[in-house]
Design a protein around this ligand. Structure first.
Ligand code: TXA
Ligand code: MG
Length: 322
């Protein structure tokens, strides 16, 4: 039986070790006021890929990025007045705001699942605050459970989910106060949209931001480009499982055996490493999309481990938008 991850109390030694491990690209679980988060350096594609690997999710969903204070959170995104009023009213706290990424946003595209938006949150838990302040960088953190399991509200719950090879440390802050994930709010222009109900009631949000539309509740509502899409898709057509790319196609390769005669090639992982491929996926798709080639051809990706999530996202990206 593999060992469970070590648990340290949230004292000075525990905090210093957690900060050191996060800065070294490791996964560290930490308490927030809502649930425990599985944290990683959000500016590192590899560290973010390790989160998805640890969760065992069959897809890449965009993650929430955690900051020590509003100033640091709002520099990562292009804010709007209504979002700032919400930040003022509810941060630090159980509110997540989804806004367009700032042009120079240093957060991994994998954390945004390739979207042009980023989810940011300033947690109120004192340990989370001190940890985020110590690392002084955005920390991506989904709930610290494996895919399909319920969100953990105690350090022992997290320990049951993972082994020490995957999660380097669990910082123990006792039972979480809210016990329910944060409320996620996006924006359609200036209009707030409830993307996920959570720890802060919709009525409370409405008192500050005005009427909230519930995501998906109005099928006739126009979707605003770049704002509330649920997945990334390149502008160019995408062909999957390609071993014979056409002359006007750019090839997104995987592994050492790129077909002879392929023209322009970007390789997701020349070594055939699925974690590296996941880390590179959205950045290379965007790079391919910026070239003059007519379409993007992607080599077969093994459908195991992170390959399942890569294939899921590629399949969605290859499906034309309506
Ligand atoms: O309370 C919480 O929010 C916890 C703690 C650890 O902070 N975190 C959490 O993360 O619940 P996660 O990954 O389990 O949930 C993230 C939610 C998902 O519903 C996701 O779809 C949404 O946030 N989300 C993140 N980025 C988004 C984006 N760019 N656009 C739309 N939705 C986004
Ligand atoms: Mg979750």
């Amino acid at each position: 039986m593999p060992a469970h991850p070590p648990i340290m109390p949230g004292d000075a030694a525990g905090l210093a070790e957690a900060a050191r491990l996060l800065c070294a690209g490791k996964l560290v679980a930490f308490p927030t006021e809502t649930v425990y988060g599985l944290g990683a350096d959000a500016t590192s594609d590899r560290a973010v890929a390790a989160i998805f690997e640890a969760k065992g999710r069959p897809s890449f969903n965009p993650l929430i990025v955690h900051l020590a204070d509003s100033d640091r959170a709002l520099t990562l995104v292009q804010s709007i007045p209504v979002a700032e009023r919400l930040a003022e009213a509810f941060w630090p706290g159980a509110l997540t705001l989804v806004l367009p990424r700032a042009p120079d946003c240093p957060v991994s595209l994998l954390a945004s699942a390739g979207l042009d938006t980023l989810a940011v949150r300033v947690p109120s838990h004192p340990l989370a605050h001190r940890l985020l302040d110590a690392v002084d960088r955005p920390i991506a953190a989904p709930s610290a459970n494996r895919s399909g399991r319920i969100s953990p509200t105690r350090a022992s719950h997290v320990a049951e989910e993972f082994d020490a090879d995957t999660v380097a440390l669990i910082l123990d802050g006792g039972a979480t106060e809210v016990g329910l994930e944060s409320t996620v709010v996006g924006f359609d222009g200036a209009a707030p949209v409830l993307l996920r109900p959570g720890g802060i009631a919709a009525e409370q949000i409405e008192r500050v931001a005005g009427p909230l539309r519930v995501s998906g509740s109005d099928p006739d509502a126009p979707t605003s480009p770049g704002q509330l899409e649920s997945h990334y898709a390149p502008a160019k057509p995408l062909r999957l499982d390609v071993l014979d790319p056409g002359a006007d196609e750019i090839l997104l390769g995987f592994g050492p055996d790129v077909p002879a005669g392929a023209g322009t090639t970007l390789n997701l992982s020349p070594a055939g490493d699925l974690r590296e491929a996941a880390a590179n996926l959205f950045a290379l798709l965007r790079e391919a999309d910026r070239t003059g080639c007519a379409s993007i051809a992607v080599m077969p990706i093994p459908n195991r481990d992170l390959g399942r999530a890569i294939n899921d996202r590629l399949l969605r990206a290859a499906t034309p938008r309506t």
